[in-house]
Design a protein around this ligand. Structure first.
Ligand code: C5P
Length: 294
C-alpha cells in the first residue's frame, strides 16, 4: 500500500437551517439540509521519520496544534493506544476560513479517512462517523457528502436524493468572518421565526428545481442569519446587488458566505462579477454527490 497520497476535502453549504432548541450541553439542536460543493482543500499524506503526525498548512495561521487535522491525528493515536508510524500531512488551504462552509470540518473528515488508510486502522464507517462527531458537529456530514438532512448537533444524518446539477457561486465578503460559536450565541429566532424545512425537503425528494428555487427565494431560510444581519454592511451590499441583478442570494450556515445557485455558467460568471465589484471574493463551484461507503 502506498504511503504517499492526496485527498480532497470538500466544502458544504446549507440550503436551509433551523435552530430548534438549546441543549443542556451548551449546543443547539438544529435541522439543516446540507449540500456538499466542489470547492475543496487538498491534504497530502506522506511518510515522516519521527513518530506521530507532523502537520503543516499553507495558511500559516492554521498550522498550530489546535488545527482539526492535528486534533484528529491525536485522537486516533490515543484510541490506537500504541505507537503508529510517523506521518506528515500538508494541508493546501483553499476554502475560506470561518465562512460557514465547514472548511475545518472537511479537513478533519479527510484526515480521518486518510489516517485510517495510512495507519491501516480499519475503522468501520460507523466508527468514523462517531469519531467525527466527537471532533466537530459538521464532520459527520463532511464524511457523508452529497445532500442530507442533519439533526441533533448536526451529527444525525438522513440521506436525501442528490440535487440536480447546479453551479454554485460562493460570495465571501471582504474582512468578515463569523466563528460558529459566535453565530449560535448571537442568533435571535424571534426576529424571523424558525423556517420549516418541509417544502425544501419535498422539492429535493421530487427533484423539483422550481420548488427548490422557490424555497431559496422566500428569504430567511437560515435562522443563523439573524446573527449576521446587523453585523456586516459588506454582506448586505453584496446581497442587495445580487438581488438587483435577479439572483437569489442565501446565507450558508453560520455565515458570512452567501451562495447563489444557477443552472447557467454565464449567469454564474455574472454573479461572480457582481460580488467582485462589491469587493467580495467569489468562487464558482458546483453541487457534488455523496461519499458514503455503506
Ligand atoms: O461542533 P463545533 O465544534 O463545530 O461547534 C462550534 C461551536 O458552535 C460550539 O462550541 C457551539 O458553541 C456552537 N454550536 C452549537 N450548536 C450546534 C453546533 C455548534 O451551539 N449544533
Amino acid at each position: 500500500m502506498s504511503r504517499l497520497f492526496i485527498l480532497k476535502a470538500y466544502a458544504k453549504i446549507n440550503l436551509g437551517l433551523s435552530v430548534v432548541g438549546r441543549r443542556p450541553d451548551g449546543y443547539h439542536d438544529l435541522e439543516s439540509v446540507m449540500q456538499q460543493v466542489s470547492l475543496s482543500d487538498t491534504l497530502l499524506f506522506e511518510p515522516a521519520s519521527s513518530q506521530g503526525c507532523d502537520f503543516f498548512c499553507t495558511d500559516q495561521r492554521l498550522s498550530g496544534p489546535d488545527n482539526l487535522v492535528n486534533r484528529t491525528a491525536s485522537l486516533l493515536q490515543q484510541k490506537a493506544g500504541k505507537a503508529l508510524p510517523g506521518v506528515k500531512i500538508t494541508l493546501f488551504k483553499n476554502i475560506p476560513v470561518e465562512a460557514g462552509l465547514a472548511g475545518g470540518s472537511a479537513d478533519a473528515a479527510a484526515a480521518l479517512i486518510g489516517l485510517d488508510r495510512y495507519w491501516d486502522l480499519k475503522l468501520s464507517w460507523k466508527e468514523l462517523l462517531e469519531i467525527g462527531a466527537v471532533l466537530g458537529s459538521d464532520i459527520p456530514f463532511c464524511l457523508h457528502g452529497g445532500t442530507a438532512l442533519a439533526k441533533g448537533r448536526g451529527e444525525l444524518l438522513y440521506s436525501l436524493p442528490p440535487l440536480p446539477f447546479f453551479w454554485v457561486v460562493l460570495a465571501v465578503p471582504e474582512n468578515v468572518t463569523m466563528p460558529t460559536a459566535a453565530a449560535y450565541k448571537g442568533f435571535d429566532k424571534t426576529k424571523m421565526g424558525n423556517p420549516s424545512l418541509e417544502p425544501l425537503i419535498k422539492a429535493i425528494k421530487q427533484g423539483d428545481k422550481k420548488g427548490l428555487m422557490e424555497w431559496l427565494a422566500r428569504g430567511f431560510t437560515n435562522t443563523l442569519e439573524t446573527a449576521m444581519l446587523p453585523g456586516s454592511d459588506s454582506l448586505q451590499h453584496i446581497k442587495a446587488r445580487l438581488k438587483e441583478f435577479g439572483f437569489i442570494p442565501v446565507l450558508s450556515g453560520s455565515g458570512p458566505t452567501i451562495f447563489v445557485l444557477t443552472e447557467n455558467y454565464r449567469h454564474a460568471r455574472e454573479a461572480a462579477r457582481v460580488v467582485e465589484q462589491e469587493s467580495g471574493r467569489a468562487y464558482i463551484c458546483w453541487v457534488t454527490g455523496d461519499n458514503r461507503e455503506d
